[in-house]
Design a binder for this molecule. Structure first.
Ligand code: KG4
Ligand code: ZN
Length: 321
């Protein structure tokens, strides 16, 4: 089954062709991130204007790269939310028109379900694609949300915890802004932290003794603010490394806690923009060596992309069929 995925929830315009939820035949993304680099965030109106210009060329390129024409597509999957309203409208309106003109079924996909499906992209091992990995613990960490899921299947799960304030990606973005680094903050902090000392400065471990699987990042941001106001001379790489470590340690701490409550979990999946973070990957596998951890196979599937939306669309219809 060939699904055309369309994703326009933030500043990106993306289209992808995915076969049977896993095999990526094409994955095109046009992003205006550079335009917002020095502004510390996205301006919704200018993002949507650019998406109107990009959407049809991006879809055309996705078809061309996959060596197919519209008649080969079995369904169209589009991000229905959450996201920036104007941006979402560009994607959903385009998808609706194409579905009607090409006479294809249209599947609305929740953005988070897209991220949760991203660990299955390009998996060639049948065991990894099928039910063998369930139940699994999925941590979805992006600029807009931080959620911990107990997943029973591709489309069924229980939300175990979520952030009470900032999202993990937001903690990186706001931290980068305090450190005068460019947006998006995650890659900037990761780069600044290279060769830095993770333990140079102590940050609190949020919600440590609380009986919850929720997250909280605002205290870390405040601690960083106070640290930067202190009189002592600071090394940027050590501050960046310690702050990055504090965010990752909180994420791994929640996973450890969830594993104690749900001993039947077979795999840990980390998805969303923050799953691209190298320190998080190392810390997780070092701290929890006995439960297999899976990240999206390419960094392009960590941050927002249309392949994950096509994959989620496939898994949703597979269930209905
Ligand atoms: O999933 P995503 O592309 O978009 C949303 O749905 O929000 O995630 C974007 C977030 C940004 O906050 C960005 O700073 C963060 O992911 N991010 C990273 C890294 N790459 C992107 N955070 C930490 N380390 C990275 N390497
Ligand atoms: Zn996202």
């Amino acid at each position: 089954m060939l699904v055309l995925g369309i994703e326009t929830s933030c500043d990106e315009t993306a289209a992808s062709i995915v076969e049977n939820g896993t095999s990526v035949l094409s994955n095109i993304i046009a992003t205006s991130k550079e335009a917002f680099e020095h502004l510390g965030g996205v301006i919704p109106e200018s993002a949507a204007r650019r998406q109107v210009e990009c959407i049809l060329p991006v879809i055309t390129q996705a078809l061309t790269d996959a060596h197919i024409t519209p008649k080969h597509i079995d369904a169209i999957a589009v991000t229905k939310g959450p996201g920036l309203l104007g941006s979402l409208l560009v994607g959903t309106t385009t998808a609706r028109i194409l579905a009607s003109v090409w006479k294809k079924p249209l599947i609305g996909v929740h953005h988070t379900l897209g991220h949760l499906s991203s660990t299955f992209l390009q998996t060639t091992d049948m065991r990894q694609q099928t039910t063998d990995c369930f139940p699994l613990l999925a941590l979805s960490v992006s600029g807009g949300h931080t959620e911990l899921w107990y997943r029973e299947s591709h489309i069924k799960g229980i939300l175990l915890g979520q952030t009470r304030d900032d999202a993990a990606g937001e903690a990186f973005d706001k931290g980068a802004s305090l450190l005068s680094l460019t947006y998006p903050g995650g890659p900037s902090i990761q780069k600044a932290a290279e060769h830095g000392n993770d333990h140079a400065y102590e940050f609190p471990l949020p919600l440590k003794a609380k009986p919850t699987l929720d997250f909280s990042f605002s205290g870390l941001k405040t601690a960083l603010k106070y640290l930067l106001q202190s009189e002592e001379p600071l090394a940027l790489r050590d501050v960046a490394a310690s702050y990055q470590h504090a965010i990752c340690r909180h994420l791994v701490d929640r996973i450890q806690k969830a594993l104690k409550q749900y001993p039947d979990i077979r795999e840990i999946h980390i998805v969303g923009g923050v799953s691209a973070n190298a320190h998080l990957r190392t810390l997780l596998t070092q701290t929890i060596p006995d439960v297999p951890a899976r990240f999206p196979l390419s960094l392009a599937y960590c941050t927002d992309n249309a392949a994950m939306i096509a994959a989620a669309g496939f898994f949703m219809t597979e269930k209905v069929a």
